[in-house]
Write a protein that binds this ligand. Structure first.
Ligand SMILES: [Zn+2]
Length: 190
């Protein structure tokens, strides 16, 4: 999915969760969770930016790389291509995210939502990329096999996704329905 939609879905997920767990609306939690939801599509640009800054690349080629469709990527030097590739694969990998989750599980009260932001990126991407459009190597480093889903840039899906985001945002703007008072549980005795 595109980076903006990843961030918006994570933000809406937090807004929904905050109805039950107000801590989910804390600005620091929101910023860290949304960052974790978009980082997998940004971090792999760092080696390409380093190439542009220090090894002969250019800003135009970084731009071309960031918005490339299969077969139109610029030629990167081997080191930048390898780093970019492995960073992208690792941040889209269920085994890598699973290992990080297990490592941090003891302290999950704090990073739990941030990890959920990362997981949301992986799960959404698995189904919104296709064999022709950068299928996500969700089992990296065990396999490069990806799921042949529906590419997020399919025009009707892109429109439907943002329409759904807009509807969810409107629904979540409304305050939650008031909860009726709980029954007392025992009758008053005469
Ligand atoms: Zn992604």
């Amino acid at each position: 999915m595109d980076i903006l939609a990843h961030g918006l879905w994570a933000g809406l997920g937090l807004r929904w969760l905050a109805r039950k767990r107000p801590a989910a609306a804390r600005p620091g939690i929101v910023a860290a969770t949304v960052a974790a939801a978009v980082l997998p599509d940004l971090a792999h640009l760092l080696p390409v930016i380093a190439w542009a800054m220090f090894d002969g690349g250019s800003a135009a080629e970084v731009w071309r790389y960031a918005f490339a469709v299969p077969g139109t990527e610029p030629d990167l030097p081997a080191w930048a291509a390898a780093w970019s590739h492995h960073v992208h694969c690792a941040l889209h990998s269920a085994p890598v995210a699973g290992a990080a989750t297990l490592l941090l599980w003891r302290w999950r009260a704090l990073p739990g939502l941030v990890l959920a932001g990362w997981w949301s990126h992986i799960v959404i991407d698995v189904f919104t990329h296709s064999a022709e459009y950068y299928a996500v190597p969700v089992l990296y480093p065990l396999s490069y096999q990806g799921f042949d889903g529906l590419a997020w840039n399919t025009p009707w899906f892109l429109g439907l996704n943002y329409l759904t985001l807009a509807i969810c945002a409107m629904v979540l703007r409304r305050p939650p329905a008031a909860t009726p008072p709980a029954p007392s549980g025992c009758k008053e005795l005469d």
